[in-house]
Structures are given as structure tokens and as C-alpha cells.
Design a protein around this ligand. Structure first.
Ligand SMILES: C[S@@+](CC[C@H](N)C(=O)[O-])C[C@H]1O[C@@H](n2cnc3c(N)ncnc32)[C@H](O)[C@@H]1O
Length: 326
């Protein structure tokens, strides 16, 4: 229902409109009223849309609109349903994985996964990465302004790379990911954004990309997907400048299961089961962190890889941001 509401423009037709009849919402969205009315009632029953019985009208409150209608909002969630759709499509693979203990690699999933994850995180990054996260890292924005070398490991569709490249025209960026299909899309996104001259995307795993003495190495929501996160961080040490920085962005979590009992934990543990753990296992993982690793286990990965300074730099409802230096 959420996916339909997003794709058919039903939420957008309601946003900012106050109480509206099903006929008016159907008219604004160009959809058939009888379908729209039933969809609206499903949304009311789910608590996603408010209902006014006296006037028989439906209303999307500003809070609901931020989550369901504004696709630039950092809490816009409809893209997350693409991820859920991919989980259904790939259910036979997951059933088999539970029985055999074998992995399912990122690239084996339905295409809806890659688009869903990229679009979901893009909004989180565009709200915070340049404005809040980079400035909390010691000395990093000054280097980026002057001209720094930046690597984005496990970059997926590269929205994070492109956002940084647009903000820092003097700097040079490299995005690496083991999934060829994602790298092809990342190249196209960089072209469209007009930054392709300063941004390269290459198919490469976290322990084999070109070492350019980077000033900043970023891991956006991917370290926990890797089967050998300590090795990935050890490799980053060898690929960065002596006074370089690692920015580790991971799904928001606390250290203990009992502290992750909330809607974000519900979403992330599910994705972690079918996607993140499954991929790490497919890499013959020695260290399958899962998406709800929490700051304690992430710090221990960084310390085992030899980073001396590790601190939590920022957090949002969806992400933890950790800074590591030698
Ligand atoms: C959840 S996605 C995140 C993608 C992107 N960083 C973002 O935030 O939208 C995880 C990404 O990590 C990549 N990945 C997983 N294991 C990897 C490895 N060992 N080396 C490089 N990339 C890897 C996957 O191909 C996938 O694109």
C-alpha cells in the first residue's frame, strides 16, 4: 500500500491539503475513486493517514507527509519498501540459506534492492553528510576545501561520493564497490551530476582498490556487509595518508538486543538477516557483524585493525558516524 501510494502520487496529492474527500484525492492524483477510497481506509487503519468521520475526509498530517510524501526528507520511507519487495522476490534464496547456512551475495538479489537501498540512504546523506557529518571530523573539511583525495568504499550507486564531490570542487574522489551493476549506475549518476571529471568509480573489493594515499576513506553502510571487516579496515590503513581519516557510517544501533527494540531495529534486523549477514557469509565471513552491530563491536573492529583514535562523531535516527585515525 505504501509503494502504491508513493508511485501513484496519492501521498503527494494529500500533502499540505488539509482534510480532503476521497473524490478530491482521486481527482488530484488522477486515479479511480473507488480504489483510492479503499486504499485510504487501509492507510487510516495502519495509522499512516488521519480520518475525520464527521466530514468523511482524510488528512495527511505534516509528520506523516515528511515520512510519506516529501521525497527530499531525511525520514522519507517509501523507498524502503523496494527493499522489502526484493526480500519477497528473493525469499527462495533466503529459505535455502537458512537451511544450508550458505551465503547470498549482494549481486544475487533482485534489482529493487539496489535502487531501494540507494534511494533510502541518499536522503539520509543529503540531509546530513556535508552539513553535519564531515564538519564533525577533525580537520577534514579544511583539507577537502583545499583539495583532498577521498575514497568511498562499498559505494553502491555512489550518491555519497557525488554529494561530497559537488560540495568540494577542489577535491578528487574514487568510489569502489564489488558489485559491477552498482558501479555502472554510479558512473551514470556522476555524469548526470556534472562531476564525472573528478569522480571515478571502479569495481573493486574493500581489500583490493587502488591506494592513492587518501586523506579520507569513507564506508557508508557497508562495513557490516563485509565478511572480513577487520581486514577491510587494515587495508584502509595501508591506503590512506598518515594523517588521514576513516569515516565509518553504519546503521544506527545500540550494543545490546534489548536496546534495539524499536521500529528502526525492526527494519534493520530484518534487512540484516536476509541481506547483510547473507552477503558477509557469501564472502566466507569470519566476522559476520549484521546491521545492528552497535558502537562497541564497531569500535573493536577498528581497534583490532590498528586505529588508535576512535570516537563517535555524530548520529541520526538511522545512522551512527564514527571517526577513526591512526
Ligand atoms: C547496503 S549497500 C550500501 C551502498 C552505499 N554505500 C550506500 O550507502 O547506499 C552495501 C554495499 O557494500 C558492497 N560490498 C559488500 N561487500 C563488499 C566488499 N567486500 N568490498 C566492496 N564492496 C562491498 C555491496 O556491493 C553494496 O553495494
Amino acid at each position: 500500500m505504501v509503494s502504491l501510494g508513493d508511485k501513484l502520487g496519492l501521498y503527494r496529492a494529500m500533502a499540505g491539503g488539509g482534510p480532503l474527500s476521497s473524490h478530491e484525492i482521486a481527482r488530484r492524483s488522477g486515479c479511480s475513486e473507488r480504489y483510492v477510497r479503499e486504499w485510504l481506509n487501509s492507510q487510516v487503519a495502519g495509522g499512516y493517514v488521519a480520518y475525520h468521520p464527521a466530514s468523511v475526509t482524510y488528512e495527511l498530517t505534516p509528520e506523516q507527509a515528511a515520512v510519506l510524501a516529501d521525497d527530499t526528507s531525511p525520514v522519507f520511507l517509501p523507498h524502503a519498501w523496494q527493499v522489502v519487495a526484493s526480500m519477497w522476490a528473493d525469499e527462495p534464496k533466503t529459505l535455502n540459506a537458512f537451511k544450508t547456512g550458505e551465503g547470498v551475495s549482494w549481486g544475487e538479489h533482485s534489482d529493487r534492492l539496489f535502487c531501494g537501498v540507494a534511494a533510502f540512504y541518499r536522503n539520509c546523506y543529503s540531509a546530513s553528510l556535508v552539513q553535519e557529518w564531515l564538519p564533525t571530523l577533525s580537520g577534514v573539511t579544511a583539507k577537502l576545501e583545499k583539495g583532498a583525495k577521498v575514497a568511498d568504499i562499498g559505494c553502491g550507486h555512489g550518491h555519497s561520493t557525488v554529494l561530497m564531490a559537488k560540495a568540494y570542487p577542489e577535491s578528487r574522489f574514487w568510489g569502489f564497490d564489488g558489485h559491477k551493476g552498482s558501479i555502472e549506475i554510479a558512473r551514470r549518476i556522476a555524469q548526470e551530476a556534472g562531476v564525472a571529471e573528478r569522480v571515478s568509480f571502479e569495481v573493486a573489493n574493500a581489500d583490493e582498490y587502488a591506494r592513492h594515499n587518501y586523506d579520507l576513506i569513507c564506508f557508508f553502510d557497508c562495513l557490516h556487509d563485509m565478511g572480513r571487516p577487520v581486514d577491510a579496515m587494515r587495508y584502509a590503513r595501508t591506503a590512506m595518508a598518515e594523517d588521514g581519516t576513516v569515516m565509518l557510517v553504519e546503521p544506527y544501533a545500540r550494543d545490546r538486543v534489548e536496546d534495539n527494540i524499536n521500529p528502526v531495529g525492526r527494519l534493520y534486523y530484518a534487512a540484516s538477516t536476509t541481506l547483510c549477514c547473507a552477503h558477509a557469509i557469501s564472502e566466507n565471513g569470519t566476522h559476520v557483524l549484521g546491521a545492528q552491530a552497535g558502537p562497541g563491536r564497531l569500535e573493536s573492529v577498528l581497534r583490532s585493525a590498528g586505529f588508535g583514535t576512535v570516537r563517535q562523531a555524530a548520529q541520526t535516527p538511522f545512522n551512527l558516524i564514527i571517526e577513526a585515525r591512526l
